[in-house]
Design a protein around this ligand. Structure first.
Ligand code: AHR
Length: 495
C-alpha cells in the first residue's frame, strides 16, 4: 500500500495543548494504594509515595491529573481524607464495592502532584452532595488563610494554598450506574448553581460540566444541549468519556476506533456551538476529554459481582498488547488533531487500573505497551498542531464502514516537525511518502516504530521491554519516505 501527506507549517490547527497529556488517579482498585502510595514499599519516600511510580509518571510526560474519581467521587466525603491519618474513617465505596481507608486524601494527593510535577484537577461530588460541600472543599484547598477551613489546611501541613484551577462538576451524571444519577435538567441546574457560587469565591477557576459517558448513551446529544443551556455562561468545558476494546476478534474495527472519537468530538462541538448560537453568546465551550482509553469493559461486566468489601483489590487491571497500543495511539492522534476544541484530556487511568504503568505490591513497576505512544507524543508534540491531509487507501470495517489505513497528525516548532502516524492495516506495510517542500530542506532525523509480529504480545514484569519503540530501518530521503509496518504506531522527526 502507498500513502502520502504534506507537512506545511502554514496549515496550523491550534497550539499543542499541554493538558492533552493529562491522566487520572481514582480511588479504585490499586491505583492509589500500592499504585502511587505504598509506605512499606522499598522505594517509598517520606510521604509513602512509590518513587518508582513517580519516576515513571515523569517519564510518561503527564501534565494534569484528575482526582479522586470517577464513579468513586459521587459517594465521597472529602473531609474523610484530611487530618491525622490514624483518625480517618473507613467507609464503604459503593462505586467499586470496596472499603476506602482514606489514608490518602486531597493534601497527600496535591503533595504527590508537586513531586510528580503535574497539575492537580479536582472532581466534585455532585451525586450525593452539593453546593455547600463543593464550596467547602474549594475554600479548604485554595483560600490562603484566615478562615476556619483554610486554617485547617494550614494546620494539616499545607501552608501554601493548593491553587487548584480546574474543577469537574461531578462525574458521569448521565449514567444510571452513577450514585446520585440525574436527568440532564436536574444536573444542569445543580452544576450551574455550583459553578456560580464557586466563581464568586474565585472567578479564575476553570470549570468542567459533565457531558456524556459515551457516544452510545441514549441521551447523547440531548444531554449536552440541556446541560449547556443551563451552564453555558459559568463553565469553560464540557466533558467527553470514551473507552474502546476489541470485540469478537474484529481487529480491523478496533484499530479504527478513533473514528468514533472523531464523531463524538464533532457532535459535541456542533451541539455546544448550537447552544451558544441560541443564547447569542460569543463565548466558546471547549472539550475536556477527561476519560479515554482502551478498556475491556465487557470482561469487567462479565465478572462475578463481588460479595465482600476489600481494601484496594486488583480491579480493572487490563494488560495491554501491541494492538491495544496502536488503537490507543490512534485515539491520541485524534485528540491532537482536534486541539482547536479539545484543550484538555485525561487518560484513564495512571497506575494499575486500565493504566500505562503497572506495579506489583511491594515489588516491581513496569511500562505497559500503551505507555510508549503517550510518552513519545508528550515528549515530541510541541508548538503547533498541523493539518495534514493524508491520501491513503482505505479498508472496510464492520463498525465504521470505509476507514483510511493511515491515521496521522503532525506538530511543528522552529526546531523541527514531528509526524505521528498509525498504520491500521492488519496484514501489509504502508509506504508513506512525506511532502516536505514547505519545510525548507528538513530531513528525517529519527523514525521509530512500535510494532511486533505478534499483535497480541504484551509487556510483563519479567519481560517489561518486549514491546518498545525501535528505530525504523525503512527510511528513504529525497523524497522522504517511511515504510510503516502493519499494526504500528510511528513517530517520525524531521529537522
Ligand atoms: O475509569 C473507570 C471508570 O470509568 C470511572 O470511574 C468512571 O467515571 C467511568 O465509567
Amino acid at each position: 500500500h502507498q500513502a502520502e501527506l504534506t507537512l506545511d507549517p502554514a496549515f496550523k490547527v491550534a497550539p499543542v495543548r499541554r493538558r492533552t497529556f493529562g491522566t487520572f488517579v481514582e480511588h479504585l482498585g490499586r491505583c492509589v494504594y500500592t499504585g502511587i502510595h505504598e509506605p512499606d514499599h522499598p522505594s517509598a519516600d517520606d510521604d509513602g509515595f512509590r518513587r518508582d511510580v513517580l519516576d515513571l509518571t515523569r517519564e510518561l510526560g503527564v501534565s494534569t491529573v484528575r482526582y479522586p474519581g470517577g464513579n468513586f467521587v459521587s459517594g465521597y466525603r472529602w473531609e474523610d481524607g484530611i487530618g491525622p491519618v490514624a483518625e480517618r474513617p473507613r467507609r464503604l465505596d459503593l462505586a467499586w464495592h470496596s472499603t476506602e481507608t482514606n489514608e490518602v486524601g486531597v493534601d497527600e494527593f496535591v503533595r504527590w502532584c508537586r513531586k510528580a510535577g503535574v497539575e492537580p484537577m479536582m472532581a466534585l461530588n455532585l451525586g450525593t452532595r452539593g453546593i455547600a460541600e463543593a464550596l467547602d472543599l474549594l475554600e479548604y484547598c485554595n483560600h490562603p488563610s484566615g478562615t476556619t477551613l483554610s486554617d485547617l489546611r494550614v494546620a494539616n501541613g499545607s501552608k501554601e494554598p493548593h491553587g487548584i484551577r480546574m474543577w469537574c462538576l461531578g462525574n458521569e451524571m448521565d449514567g444510571r450506574w452513577q450514585t446520585g444519577h440525574k436527568t440532564a435538567r436536574e444536573y444542569g441546574r445543580l452544576a450551574a448553581e455550583t459553578a456560580r457560587a464557586m466563581r464568586t469565591m474565585d472567578r479564575n477557576l476553570e470549570l468542567v460540566a459533565c457531558g456524556s459517558s459515551g457516544s452510545g448513551m441514549p441521551t447523547f446529544g440531548a444531554w449536552e444541549a440541556t446541560v449547556l443551556e443551563e451552564t453555558y455562561d459559568v463553565v469553560d468545558f464540557i466533558s467527553c468519556h470514551a473507552y474502546y476494546e476489541e470485540k469478537d476478534g474484529d481487529l480491523g474495527s478496533f484499530l479504527a476506533c478513533s473514528t468514533d472519537m472523531e464523531y463524538f468530538i464533532s457532535s459535541v462541538v456542533a451541539t455546544a456551538d448550537h447552544v451558544g448560537a441560541r443564547l447569542k453568546s460569543s463565548k466558546r465551550i471547549d472539550i475536556s476529554f477527561d476519560e479515554w482509553n482502551v478498556w475491556y469493559l465487557s470482561r469487567f461486566h462479565g465478572a462475578e459481582p463481588p460479595t465482600d468489601w476489600p481494601v484496594a483489590p486488583p480491579l480493572l487491571e487490563d494488560h495491554y498488547h501491541l494492538a491495544d497500543a496502536v488503537a490507543f495511539g490512534g485515539l491520541l492522534i485524534t485528540l491532537l488533531r482536534n486541539s482547536d476544541r479539545v484543550t484538555a484530556a485525561s487518560l484513564a487511568q495512571l497506575v494499575n487500573v486500565i493504566a500505562p504503568i503497572m506495579t506489583e505490591p511491594g515489588g516491581r513497576a513496569w511500562r505497559q505497551t500503551t505507555f510508549h505512544p503517550f510518552a513519545q507524543a508528550s515528549r515530541h508534540a510541541a508548538g503547533d498542531v498541523l493539518r495534514v491531509e493524508p491520501v491513503s487507501p482505505s479498508y472496510e470495517t464492520k463498525e465504521y464502514g470505509e476507514v483510511p489505513l493511515l491515521h496521522a497528525v503532525a506538530t511543528h516548532t522552529e526546531e523541527g516537525t514531528t509526524l505521528f502516524a498509525v498504520n491500521r492495516s492488519t496484514d501489509a506495510p504502508l509506504s508513506l511518502k512525506i511532502d516536505t517542500r514547505a519545510l525548507g530542506g528538513a530531513r528525517i532525523v529519527e523514525a521509530t516504530t512500535l510494532t511486533d509480529a505478534d499483535v497480541y504480545a504484551r509487556n510483563t514484569a519479567d519481560a517489561p521491554d518486549r514491546i518498545v519503540p525501535r528505530p525504523n530501518p525503512d527510511v528513504e530521503h529525497d523524497p522522504a519516505r517511511v515504510l510503516l509496518p502493519p499494526v504500528s504506531w510511528n513517530v517520525i522527526r524531521l529537522a
